[in-house]
Design a protein around this ligand. Structure first.
Ligand SMILES: NC(=O)c1ccc[n+]([C@@H]2O[C@H](COP(=O)([O-])OP(=O)(O)OC[C@H]3O[C@@H](n4cnc5c(N)ncnc54)[C@H](O)[C@@H]3O)[C@@H](O)[C@H]2O)c1
Length: 323
């Protein structure tokens, strides 16, 4: 079956591309057009020669429609994802995350795709009003990023309700692993440790997150895709465990056998009302409706991530904080 993956050159998208190729799918990878013709993380992937790469821009209907025309399904992951940058450039998030999703939905409707997987995020819940967070938890947009993902989710469900488009919403909680942007907390901590600095610059230490290793997240996408149910619905992917950022830093220092002090960097702190204090996933729906079973606990996933980062520090700039 031919499937399109948008955001295929990114962190989760590149791992998902590798998984779907391994599973025997005919994968077309939609990567953002750029002058270097760079395929992002797919450049160094072992499956680079087994996928059809198509360059385009998710904000441009023509390029999305052209990419989708011979596909049976789409995994839509392309997005702007950084929360701090969404404070600086909210309109870019509206265009990429909302209009981009519209383009995927409309083109999928035109070509009568068999399945449309839309990638949401646990940020759509805002700070937990109860834990663990199930799919019925209210959505609260605490950042422009989150608000645009909420809008994209609602638009997607509306295409299911209005046009019977076979949409499924995949809602991952925080994901980590090799190739993640240094803007995310785990690569931030690890890359600063390996940079040889005496102290680590970190933002708010009290929030908690539910962390899933990227290969388990990708298996979640595949399981949701294979399910004969879950159309027109949201399905969480997460571990059902929470850890505070402070405990996470301590754990990574221990795993890397490092001793560093922790400094709070005010530039990395979100405005009070925007900070999502607590996220912990209720994954019962995923477990009950599919065969998903995570293969990585936090220690195992962190060790694999630390080992990878040690070999790939040339991709990171730990001394520079850039939203
Ligand atoms: N990483 C996480 O913890 C996490 C958690 C929940 C949900 N998500 C969602 O998963 C998806 C993938 O996120 P990721 O962590 O891999 O981030 P990422 O930034 O590595 O991947 C996003 C990809 O989208 C592409 N993209 C951005 N703008 C584009 C445009 N205009 N045209 C074409 N492509 C464009 C980027 O080039 C990149 O390859 C996103 O939808 C994100 O919201 C991520």
């Amino acid at each position: 079956m031919k499937v399109l993956i948008t955001g295929a050159a990114g962190f989760i998208g590149s791992h998902l591309t590798e998984l779907l190729v391994k599973e025997g799918y005919d994968v077309k990878a939609f990567v953002r057009y750029n002058s270097k013709n760079s395929w992002g993380w797919l450049e160094s992937s072992l499956v680079k020669n087994d996928v059809e790469i198509i360059s385009g821009d998710i904000r441009d209907f023509d390029s999305v429609s052209n990419a989708l025309k011979d596909c049976k399904a789409v995994f839509h992951l392309a997005a702007l994802i950084g929360i701090p940058y969404s404070y600086v450039s909210p309109k870019a998030y509206i265009e990429t995350n909302i209009t981009g999703t519209y383009n995927v939905l409309q083109a999928s409707k035109d070509f009568e795709l068999e399945q449309v997987l839309i990638t949401s995020t646990s940020e759509t819940y805002g700070s937990a009003q109860y834990v663990p967070i199930d799919e019925n938890h209210p959505m609260v947009g605490q950042s422009p990023y989150s608000a645009t993902k909420i809008a994209a989710d609602h638009l997607s469900i509306s295409f299911y309700r209005s046009f019977n488009l076979p949409v499924k919403i995949v809602r991952p909680f925080n994901t980590y692993g090799p190739r993640q942007s240094a803007r995310a907390i785990i690569p931030t901590i690890i890359s600063q440790i390996f940079s040889g600095k005496d102290s680590l610059s970190i933002g708010n230490l009290t929030p908690t997150r539910d962390l899933t290793f990227v290969k388990d997240t990708c298996n979640g996408f595949l399981e949701i895709f294979k399910s004969e149910k879950l159309f027109g619905e949201i399905t969480n992917i997460g571990m059902g465990q929470e850890i505070s950022i402070n405990d996470l830093v301590t754990k990574i220092l221990k795993l890397t056998e490092s001793k560093k002090s922790i400094e709070t960097d005010n530039n990395r702190i979100r405005p009070d009302n925007s900070e999502v204090e607590r996220l912990m996933c209720n994954n019962s729906k995923l477990i009950d409706s599919t065969s998903w079973k995570p293969a990585y606990d936090l220690d195992k996933g962190l060790i694999e991530t630390i080992d990878w980062l040690k070999q790939n520090m040339n991709n990171y700039k730990p001394d520079i904080y850039n939203v």
